[in-house]
Design a protein around this ligand. Structure first.
Ligand code: AGP
Length: 608
C-alpha cells in the first residue's frame, strides 16, 4: 500500500531515498516525503502531495537535503486525505517516522498523548507513533529499548521506519503483517518495503519477521524479536543491479508487461513441464492424489486466475475445487474437511487478506500452497509449499503478465493433478502439455490484434458501461476483462456468465451498449451465439473475441470481431487475456487516464 525506504552511511542519502521511492511508487502515490539527518544531526523534512516527481521538484527548489541517513515514504492514503499535511514522514519533537499499514489502537494512544499536552497536526494514525517514540526516548537510555517499548504498544498491521536526533546515524524499523526488510552494504545500512528499492551496494538482505524491530547503522543491524530478544534472521544476497526496471521503448509499464507475456509465460511453463519429453516437472512436490478438495483463495485478478483453474482441476483431474475471495473466506468460518488443501495465488505475496486466510488454513492443519511472483514474500515464507510464477517485476498496477503466468502455472498443476489422480494417461498429459506450450507463440500472435483494438478503443472510451460475457473457463476471463477496463479507464464494466444474461443483466442492454463476448469455437459456441443474438436484438453493439471458425460463424452477428489465433482449451484463456488487456489498455490511453498508476489504487493491498 505504501512504500518505505531508510538509509544510513550514504553521503548521497537523499538521492538513494528518492530513487528508492521511484521504484516503490507502484505501491502507492498519493503523496511522498523524505527526512534526512544533516551533518549536525538535525532532521530536515520535505513532503509533497502527488507523486515522487512533485517531491523531487520541491527538493530541487530548496537545493536538496544534505546528510548521511534518513527515511522516505510514498503513500496510499488509509487515514487522512491525500494532502501534504497527511504526507509522511511525520515529525514529533526529535523524531521523524514513516508508516505503512493501520494502527488499530491509534485513537486511544492519541487521547493519552494529547492529555500529556502533545499537539497533532495531521489526521493520520501514523503521527501517533512518532509522538510515542519521541516520548519513549526520554524513558530509555538505549534507543532500541525505547523503540521496542513503542512497538509493543501498537495493535494492527504495520511496517514502520524512524530516525531521531538523539540517535544520529541510526534508522529504526519494525514490521507486523506488512512487508519490511533490512539490508547491509559496506559501511551502509538500509530498510525497505521491497528489495527492489535498494541500491546496488545493498549486498545482504535481512528478512525481518512479524513482530521484529531492527536498528540499522552504517554496516550493522540489531534485530530483536517480538519478545525483545536478539534474533538472527534469514539472509540472502541483495538485488544487485536489480532489474533496472524501466519502460524500454514502451509508453507505459503496462504496455511493456503486456508485450513481455510470450517470454515470461514461456519461462513459467518451462519451470513446470519438460517440453522435450512432454511430461510435467513441478518446481516443488505437490501431492494431488492425497487431496479430497482444493480450496483456492486470492484477491482481484489473482482470484480470476483461480476461477479459470477450477475448471481445469475439476475437468482434467476430477479434483473438487472451490475458489474464494480471500476477504470473504477468512471471515466465513469455512467448514474444513480431512484431505482439504489450500492454494493461495498472489503476485506480490503480501496482500493482507490471502495472508490471513493462509494463516487460518495453516492453523486448521491444511497443506498450504502459495503460487506467487515474489520469491521472498511473506506468503512464500509462510506457506508449506511455494510455487513460482516467473513474470519478473510487474510495475503496472493493473496485473497482466502475472495473471497469464499464474494461468500457465495453474494449467501445469491441473495436468499434474490429472496424472497423479489417474485421470490422465501419458498420452493425455502429452496432449495437454502441447496445448499449453503453444500459448507463448499464440499470445505473441495475439499482440497483433492491437491495430483492430485501437479503433474499437476510441469508441469504447466514450462508453458509460461495457459488459463482458464468457462461458466456462472464459467466464472468469470476462470478469478479468471488466476489471482491467474499469481499473485503468474508470469506465464502469461488468463481467457475466453469458448464460446469466436472462436472469437480470439483460435489462442493462439498450441501443449502443457495448458488449464484449469471448466466443471461441468450442462445445458451448452455439449457446454463446444465442447470447449474442439476445443482446443484439436489444440494440447492443457486440464486439466478439473469437477464433477464426467462430469469427466466420459470427460475421453477421458482431459489429466487430477480434480474431484470435486458434488455441487449445488450456491456451485459449491465455490468448484471450491478451485481447482483453489490449482493449483495456488502449481504451485507457484514449481516455488519457494514468495507466500505470490509476487513481485510488495501489499495486499491493497490504492492509484490509
Ligand atoms: C489487478 O489488476 C489488480 N490491480 C488487483 O486486483 C490485484 O490482482 C489484487 O490486488 C491481488 O494482488 P496480488 O496478486 O498481489 O495478491
Amino acid at each position: 500500500m505504501c512504500g518505505i525506504v531508510g538509509v544510513t552511511g550514504r553521503a548521497d542519502a537523499q538521492s538513494v531515498l528518492v530513487e528508492g521511492l521511484r521504484r516503490l511508487e507502484y505501491r502507492g502515490y498519493d503523496s511522498a516525503g523524505v527526512c534526512v539527518a544533516g551533518p549536525d544531526g538535525a532532521l530536515a523534512t520535505e513532503r509533497a502531495a502527488g507523486k515522487v516527481a512533485a517531491l523531487s521538484d520541491k527538493l530541487g527548489a530548496r537545493g536538496g537535503l544534505a546528510g548521511l541517513s534518513g527515511i522516505a515514504h510514498t503513500r496510499w492514503a488509509t487515514h487522512g486525505a491525500a494532502e501534504e499535511r497527511n504526507a509522511h514522514p511525520h515529525r514529533a519533537g526529535r523524531v521523524a517516522l514513516v508508516h505503512n499499514g493501520i494502527i488499530e489502537n491509534h485513537g486511544a494512544l492519541k487521547a493519552e498523548l494529547m492529555a500529556e499536552g502533545r499537539v497533532f497536526v495531521s489526521d493520520t494514525d501514523s503521527e501517533v507513533v512518532a509522538h510515542l517514540f519521541d516520548a519513549a526516548l526520554d524513558q530509555h537510555a538505549d534507543p532500541h529499548d525505547a523503540w521496542r517499548a513503542v512497538i509493543d504498544r501498537l495493535k494492527g498491521a504495520f511496517a514502520l521506519a524512524a530516525v531521531s536526533e538523539t540517535a544520529p546515524g541510526l534508522v529504526f524499523g519494525a514490521r507486523k503483517a506488512a512487508p519490511l526488510l533490512a539490508a547491509l552494504g559496506p559501511g551502509t545500512g538500509y530498510i525497505a518495503s521491497d528489495a527492489m528499492a535498494l541500491p546496488e551496494d545493498a549486498a545482504t538482505l535481512i528478512y525481518l519477521e512479524d513482530g521484529d524491530t531492527v536498528v540499522v547503522g552504517a554496516g550493522s543491524a540489531d534485530v530483536r524479536d517480538a519478545q525483545g530478544r536478539p534474533a538472527q534472521r534469514k539472509q540472502a544476497a541483495g538485488p544487485g543491479v536489480f532489474g533496472r526496471v524501466d519502460k524500454g521503448p514502451f509508453r507505459h509499464f503496462m504496455e511493456k508487461e503486456i508485450h513481455e507475456q510470450p517470454e515470461v509465460v514461456g519461462r513459467t511453463i518451462a519451470a513446470y513441464v519438460h517440453l522435450a519429453d512432454g511430461a510435467v516437472n513441478l518446481p516443488a512436490k505437490v501431492d494431488f492424489a492425497a487431496m479430497n478438495r482444493l480450496l483456492i483463495v486470492a484477491c482481484g485478478t489473482a482470484a480470476y486466475a483461480g476461477m479459470v483453474a477450477r475448471y481445469w482441476f475439476e475437468s482434467l483431474a476430477g479434483l473438487p475445487t472451490e475458489v474464494d475471495i480471500a476477504s470473504e473466506f477468512r471471515y466465513r468460518d469455512p467448514a474444513f474437511s480431512p484431505g482439504d488443501a489450500a492454494l493461495f495465488i498472489s503476485q506480490s505475496g503480501e496482500t493482507a487478506d490471502p495472508l490471513e486466510a493462509l494463516r487460518l488454513c495453516k492453523a486448521a492443519g491444511l497443506v498450504t500452497i502459495a503460487l506467487t511472483n515474489t520469491a521472498h514474500s511473506t506468503m512464500a515464507r509462510e506457506a508449506d509449499i511455494v510455487l513460482p510464477t516467473l513474470a519478473g517485476p510487474e510495475i503496472g498496477v493493473a496485473s497482466t503478465k502475472a495473471f497469464t503466468c499464474q494461468l500457465s502455472a495453474l494449467a501445469a498443476l491441473a495436468i499434474a493433478a490429472g496424472a497423479q489422480r489417474g485421470r490422465m494417461d501419458a498420452q493425455a498429459v502429452k496432449g495437454a502439455i502441447a496445448d499449453l506450450s503453444a500459448a507463448p507463440r499464440l499470445m505473441g500472435e495475439a499482440l497483433s490484434l492491437r491495430q483492430g483494438v485501437d479503433a474499437l478503443a476510441l469508441d469504447l472510451a466514450r462508453s458509460d458501461i461495457v459488459l463482458f460475457l464468457g462461458r466456462n473457463s472464459l467466464f472468469p476471463l470476462a470478469l478479468e476483462g471488466a476489471l482491467k477496463l474499469k481499473e485503468i479507464s474508470y469506465i464502469h464494466a461488468e463481467g457475466y456468465p453469458a448464460g446469466e444474461l436472462k436472469h437480470g443483466p439483460i435489462a442493462l442492454i439498450e441501443e449502443g451498449v457495448a458488449v464484449i463476448v469471448l466466443a471461441p469455437m468450442d462445445a458451448l459456441f452455439d449457446k454463446t451465439r444465442s447470447s449474442i443474438e439476445q443482446v443484439r436484438a436489444r440494440g447492443a453493439r457486440v464486439i466478439a473475441v473469437a477464433d477464426a471458425a467462430a469469427a466466420v460463424a459470427l460475421e453477421d452477428q458482431s459489429a466487430l470481431t477480434l480474431v484470435t489465433p486458434d488455441a487449445g482449451r488450456l491456451a485459449t484463456p491465455l490468448v484471450m487475456a491478451v485481447a482483453v488487456q489490449l482493449i483495456a489498455y488502449l481504451t485507457a490511453v484514449h481516455k488519457g487516464t494514468d495507466v500505470d498508476q490509476p487513481r485510488n489504487l495501489a499495486k499491493s493491498v497490504t492492509v484490509e
